[in-house]
Design a binder for this molecule. Structure first.
Ligand code: SF4
Length: 457
């Protein structure tokens, strides 16, 4: 009999929904149906059983074709490429678990690599602003239970985080928001009339790239000063009215996205958004949150900050200390300056999402893609290593956009012989130690930890 598995986590967007239900076939190998997932999440669960999914590593041949190789050969190739490289770059991690990130960090440290995640092309500017100005944030549960004015600035959750509005930000009825949407004022700030803007009570259709001016106008009004008749294409009266709503709210929540981090000003847009949140706290309670993209893109920030003290753009090439300086040590900048001589793409698709000029530079050197699926990054790689899909075939810890950790489950068995990211990179680490005749410290530490936890039980 097929059986329903409940409280499953969805491995797609930063909402990291953990209320998915999956109907699993008798043999535990296929997902037949899902409940609660949005259309994107549903597709992820079904895609796992796609017959086109690769089950063995593939290595590029001298004639340009790809040939299947064993996992041992893939481990050996990866270890040798990393040892040989002077400045390898290991990048990605939006779509894997924290255990995988930690295993890759050990390999990166051993290789003297630069370790970076998708934040450097996404919410990296938000990190820079947070370093400068702090992060007066909260959890999504607090938004659900308390927020009565919600701003979506430069983000469109109806498309990018489809269940965000129903689980946390617009529709749910919370402890102090018992009337749900009826009790909330929604403000959308976006140059386009998005589906989120269509739901809003106020839509500021600002001139594209003029976010800083509009943030500044709100701050000016909140501090009791006057503003011009029009700012960033938005009318003074509307700004005054929305500012008044925010002042009189019980809890203001500001969500921001790529409209702030990818436009003129970048980190400065986020910086002033944080200052606006601080200003609002002199009138009422207010909080701010980055709409993190992937289900575990907050994970590397947590794991690597604990391991190295930095969340992204971590240069480990000095051997004895980590160094971080986005602009210098960020992936695309390194690639554009042609400073990378080996590129490892893990749980992301740099082939599709990087500028073509950066990809052309890394393509001059060995490119290794570790990813469950065929994607642009696998098609430009010299070695493609398929791994199990986290949240479906592999359990693990993920961090939601509000940095709340969630334990994702395994729902079905992965394809036979296919490892997890963690297993693959642990083998790469061990092989690197064999090749350089050094002590595999981390492997011993992990075995020791496993042995002591089994003794405790
Ligand atoms: S909103 Fe995001 S996490 Fe939730 S089901 Fe949809 S894709 Fe998955």
């Amino acid at each position: 009999m097929p059986k329903w598995i409940t409280q499953v986590g969805c491995p797609y967007c930063g909402s990291s929904c953990d209320d998915i239900e999956c109907l699993v076939s008798d043999d535990g190998k296929k997902i037949l149906e899902t409940r609660n997932a949005c259309v994107i999440g549903n597709e992820i669960f079904h895609h796992v059983s796609s017959p086109d999914r690769p089950k063995r590593p593939r290595m590029r041949q001298p004639d340009g074709s790809m040939k299947e190789v064993t996992y041992d050969e893939a481990v050996d190739y990866t270890a040798k490429a990393l040892i040989k490289a002077k400045k390898p770059l290991i990048y990605g991690f939006g779509s894997t678990n924290c255990e995988g990130m930690s295993a890759v960090a050990r390999v990166a440290e051993r290789a003297g690599a630069v370790l970076d995640n998708c934040a450097s092309i996404c919410h990296g500017p938000s990190f820079l602003a947070i370093f400068d100005n702090g992060y007066p944030s909260c959890t999504l549960g607090e938004v659900k239970n308390r927020a009565d004015v919600v701003l979506f600035w430069g983000c469109n959750p109806m498309h990018a985080h489809p269940r965000h509005t129903s689980r946390y930000s617009i529709f749910p009825r919370g402890f102090f928001t018992t009337k749900g949407q009826m009790q909330r004022t929604i403000i959308s700030i976006d140059p386009r009339e998005t589906d989120t803007a269509k739901l809003a009570d106020y839509h500021f259709m600002l001139n594209q790239g003029h976010d800083y001016e509009l943030f500044d106008a709100f701050r000016t009004v909140l501090r009791g000063h006057d503003i011009p008749a029009e700012v960033a294409g938005c009318k003074r009266e509307m700004i005054l009215e929305a500012a008044e709503k925010m002042k009189n709210a019980r809890f203001v929540m500001i969500f921001f996205g790529m409209g702030c981090t990818h436009t003129d000003g970048r980190n400065h847009n986020v910086d002033i958004a944080i200052s606006l949140t601080r200003d609002l706290n002199t009138h009422t309670k207010a909080s701010i949150m980055a709409m993190r993209g992937h289900y575990n893109i907050a994970g590397p920030g947590q794991v690597w900050s604990w391991q190295f003290g930095f969340p992204y753009c971590i240069d480990l090439s000095k051997g004895t200390r980590a160094h971080m300086n986005p602009g210098e040590t960020s992936s695309v900048d390194l690639a554009m300056r042609d400073e990378v001589d080996c590129f490892v793409n893990v749980g992301t698709d740099a082939g599709a999402h990087w500028p073509i000029a950066a990809i052309k530079h890394v393509k001059k050197h060995p490119v290794i893609t570790v990813d469950p699926n065929i994607c642009m990054a696998s098609e430009i790689a010299d070695l493609h290593v398929p791994v199990r899909v986290v949240g479906v075939e592999e359990p693990g810890v993920v961090y939601r956009m509000d940095n709340v950790p969630i334990q994702f489950k395994k729902v079905i068995d992965g394809p036979e012989g296919v490892p997890s990211d963690e297993e693959f990179f642990d083998k790469v680490y061990t092989r690197m130690c064999e090749l350089t005749q050094t002590e595999p410290i981390w492997v011993h530490v992990k075995e020791h930890a496993k042995a002591s936890s089994s003794l405790e039980h």
